[in-house]
Write a protein that binds this ligand. Structure first.
Ligand SMILES: Cc1cc2nc3c(=O)[nH]c(=O)nc-3n(C[C@H](O)[C@H](O)[C@H](O)COP(=O)(O)OP(=O)(O)OC[C@H]3O[C@@H](n4cnc5c(N)ncnc54)[C@H](O)[C@@H]3O)c2cc1C
Length: 408
């Protein structure tokens, strides 16, 4: 019997980790990893942090060392865009006309920045931040100093603003929300992040939207809905991402805010899988479909999809997790909390070290440790336990989290 061919579309974290897993599990057929970017797979978190600020080498951002793909007979096709998937073929077609037959396919096409549809959006100096190429352009901008307006106080906006400030730029951050990341955190923690930015000298324009960018050929000012004019040398827009589902919908796969997959990460087309930012996966623990736009989803779903492609009995049920670093504030967040009833704090946000827990029906459904380390495992165990929890004990720093767990 001839050897099988597994094709992976999207050569970033999810795709690269899937390819690695296929070889680790002994798959000896062809592995073709196709990516639209010219770089070999890299991680994006450094692009708002150390790499952006010029504090780490480019080499550190890559998922694997230079020779990895060749050594593992992974056919890495860079600068190669897949334009169509034909599950009946089954095959994929590339922009350059090439076609690859596949026995199993993984779609790991990720997400792309949501564009801002306002006058002046096409002016030079209006930046987005997703790729190394975007980051290199912004790194240069940071080197030149000046004044930047950041549109959006979510993760990308907040982390970029912090790095720009650390590089000494004048930074204004604008968002219609009242507090940074308020939808994820609620007001208690939103206030904490607002104050962190303010203490570091960011001008915050909250509760106000952006109406237009103005300038001759390059952006020079931002007009807000409330009538403010914010002078700037450049703009960074971070208003969320949209999953890249076009290939999947073109192939007739079920799509709804992401490619719909089951707990094995298999799409509605047998033999076709999806992982990472693009996948909205059935989560057995939550009993609903969830799309996670964070590093750990790509890191961990890629290998699970690979095992599913090999026919193994797998189920992706990790508690969602993400991390963020802004100035000297490092945090980890675990859980899934679209709504909650109570936020319990352990420690004092005023001193910058605390854990926040989001509770619903008396259970911990999410937790975030800020500048407190080695607790994430316990936070996740509390979430998984789904046990009634004593809020007073939860907030008491002298009661170890693991003892709470033992008590439930
Ligand atoms: C600047 C930045 C900082 C971040 N920081 C953090 C952080 O601190 N913590 C955290 O938890 N998460 C962070 N994230 C999120 C994290 O990086 C993403 O969740 C992760 O990159 C998703 O990986 P992915 O492989 O699913 O998709 P992506 O990384 O989006 O990669 C998809 C790849 O597919 C390629 N592709 C798309 N369509 C095609 C096609 N038709 N043909 C060929 N190739 C195609 C794209 O070019 C891209 O390279 C950050 C993201 C960014 C942008």
């Amino acid at each position: 019997m001839s050897k099988q061919t597994f094709v992976i579309v999207g050569a970033s974290l999810a795709g690269a980790k899937a390819a690695e897993e296929l070889r680790e599990r002994g798959f000896d057929g062809r592995v073709i990893l196709i990516g639209a970017e010219s770089e070999r797979p890299y991680e994006r978190p450094p692009l708002t942090k150390d790499y952006l600020r010029g504090e780490s080498e480019r080499e550190k951002a890559y998922v694997h060392e230079q020779g990895f793909y060749e050594q593992n007979q992974i056919e890495l096709e860079t600068d190669a865009t897949v334009t169509a998937i034909d599950p009946a073929g089954p095959r994929v077609t590339l922009a350059d006309g090439r076609e690859f037959h596949y026995d199993r396919l993984l779609i790991a096409t990720g997400a792309e920045p949501r564009r801002i549809p306002i006058p002046g959006a096409d002016l030079d100096g209006v930046h987005y931040l997703r790729t190394l190429e975007d980051c290199d352009a912004l790194r240069e901008r940071l080197g030149a100093g000046g004044r930047v307006v950041v549109v959006g106080a979510g993760w990308i906006g907040s982390e970029f603003a912090a790095s720009a400030r650390q590089r000494g730029l004048e930074v204004t951050m604008v968002d219609p929300v009242a507090l940074p990341n308020e939808r994820v955190f609620g007001p208690e923690i939103g206030v904490f992040y607002r104050d962190v930015h303010a203490q570091h000298g960011i001008e915050l324009v909250l509760g106000d939207g952006v109406e237009a960018f103005e300038g001759e050929s390059s952006v020079a000012r931002v007009l807000t809905s409330a009538g403010k004019t914010l002078e700037c040398d450049f703009v960074v827009v971070g208003i969320g991402v949209v999953p890249r589902v076009e290939l999947a919908s073109g192939a007739g796969l079920e799509v709804d805010n992401g490619i719909l997959v089951d707990e094995k990460l298999e799409t509605s087309a047998p033999g076709v899988f999806a992982a990472g930012d693009v996948a909205r996966a059935w989560h057995p623990f939550y009993g609903e479909r969830i799309r996670v736009e964070h590093w750990s989803g790509a890191l961990n779903q890629g290998p699970v999809a690979a095992r599913a492609m090999l026919g193994q009995d797998v189920s992706y049920d990790r508690v969602p997790y993400f991390f963020s670093d802004q100035y000297d504030v490092g945090m980890e967040y675990s859980g899934h909390a679209p709504s909650w009833e109570e936020v319990v704090l352990r420690g004092d946000p005023a001193v910058g070290e605390f854990i926040a827990f989001w509770l619903r029906d008396g259970h911990v459904i999410a937790g975030m440790n800020v500048n407190v380390w080695d607790v994430n495992e316990h936070v996740q165990a509390l979430i998984r336990s789904r046990q009634m929890i004593d809020a007073a004990a939860l907030s008491d720093r002298d009661t170890p989290l693991e003892s709470l767990l033992a008590a439930v």
